[in-house]
Design a protein around this ligand. Structure first.
Ligand code: FES
Length: 380
């Protein structure tokens, strides 16, 4: 049934327009007739209102859109578990970009749009096509209005034709139900295998492959290697791994953009390097560990704050404190960068260092724990 409905005094008020009383006879509710006809233009019926074939066609179109959403959701999950996150794809006008991100974005978009277009098409072609004009009234509805809301709500299920359209009911339920999955799959993927998730979080370009050479520390941004003798007591260096250059060369060899993945790798690998007098480390387990993982008082720590990831770049030479400028978390270098003030909950991860045959500082292994915000510590 497709009609304009006016809560007016009762009788039909124009072509295709009926009062709510009349509408009630058609099963749309029983609101009191208190308003005059607002003068709505003549109503134009939709094809699906009068033609059962058109209604069936619209139903199939709506169901197809919900099925498209389901396919998008399934595609998202399959992409998440099967696509190698290091793979790239060339997209015209954009260039090389990460394949996994593209697929997750496209499939999630299809999933959302399928539901969105499905609901809109459903409302425009199949749901009851009534127009109701209502004058402003007191904020509190009359008792009769309040009662009638209950009647209208009860009638809305009928008006959406869910009972009579099992195909829409099934596909809409499946599309909406499955749509929650992409939001939970990523979390479940991490929680399901905490060891794997932890390994991925720990992975940086400081990692030395089995049997591989230790990685030289290089100055940032010059990317020149650093000799232990260059690091005087009290000085601070901002450091990157020499593998950063190799990553760029590898990209060019593989035909990727030179900086493909470089910024992400750089963001996780930033390290700050300081030299203390070895006697200044505290004589406790933390102080001894810091000294042993360093070289003659030179120590290297992740520069990414364990609070929410700002660069910890301020070194107080007299107190040997490292300070994060964002929320003032303070780390004590003499005790393995333990947190002594601020919101950070975890010490900065230390990078073990030594020197090679030529006296250059090198890292024989990557970080032993994830760098950055300490939320991930809970996966341990
Ligand atoms: S990000 Fe460092 S204290 Fe908040």
């Amino acid at each position: 049934m497709s009609d304009q409905v006016s809560p007016s005094s009762g009788s039909a008020s124009g072509a295709g327009t009926v009062s709510l009383d009349t509408a009630h006879q058609h099963g749309t509710g029983g609101l009191p007739a208190v308003f005059e006809n607002p003068g709505l233009p003549p109503h134009v019926h939709r094809a699906a209102d009068d033609d059962p074939v058109a209604a069936k066609r619209a139903e199939r179109q709506v169901a197809a859109l919900f099925v498209l959403s389901i396919l998008g959701t399934v595609g998202f999950i399959v992409s998440y578990f099967t696509i190698d996150y290091t793979k790239s794809v060339f997209i015209p006008f954009i260039g090389l970009t990460n394949l996994l991100n593209v697929m997750l974005g496209v499939t999630l978009g299809i999933s959302l749009l399928g539901i969105g277009f499905g609901v809109v098409h459903w409302a425009k072609t199949i749901m009851s096509d009534e127009e109701i004009a209502e004058d402003r009234h007191e904020l509190r509805s009359t008792d009769a209005d309040r009662q009638s809301v209950g009647v209208v709500l009860a009638a809305s299920g009928e008006s959406a034709q869910l009972a009579r359209r099992p195909m829409i009911k099934a596909t809409a339920g499946a599309a909406l139900g499955l749509f929650a999955l992409p939001l939970t799959v990523q979390l479940a993927g991490s929680m399901g295998n905490p060891t794997k998730a932890l390994d991925e979080l720990k992975a940086t370009i400081w990692d030395v492959p089995a049997g591989g050479e230790p990685i030289r520390l290089v100055r940032d941004p010059e990317l020149t290697p650093i000799k232990a003798s260059d690091v005087t007591i009290g000085s601070v260096f901002h450091v990157m791994p020499a593998t950063l250059m190799e990553l760029r060369e590898h990209n060019l060899e593989q035909g990727h953009a030179e900086y493909h993945g470089v910024l992400e790798a750089k963001a996780k690998a930033a390290v700050v390097l300081m030299r203390l007098n070895p006697s200044e480390f505290k004589d406790d387990a933390l102080g001894r560990k810091a000294r042993e993982w360093g070289f003659e008082g030179i120590v290297a720590y992740s520069k990414i704050c364990t609070h929410v990831g700002c660069p910890v770049g301020l070194y107080e030479q007299q107190t040997h404190h490292l300070l994060c400028p964002c929320h003032q978390s303070t780390f004590d270098v003499t005790r393995d960068c333990e947190v002594i003030f601020g919101p950070a909950k975890r010490a900065l991860p230390q990078l073990k260092i030594t020197v090679d045959d030529e006296g250059y500082l090198v890292a024989p292994q990557g970080f032993a724990e994830p760098v950055g915000p300490s939320y991930w510590e809970r996966l341990k």
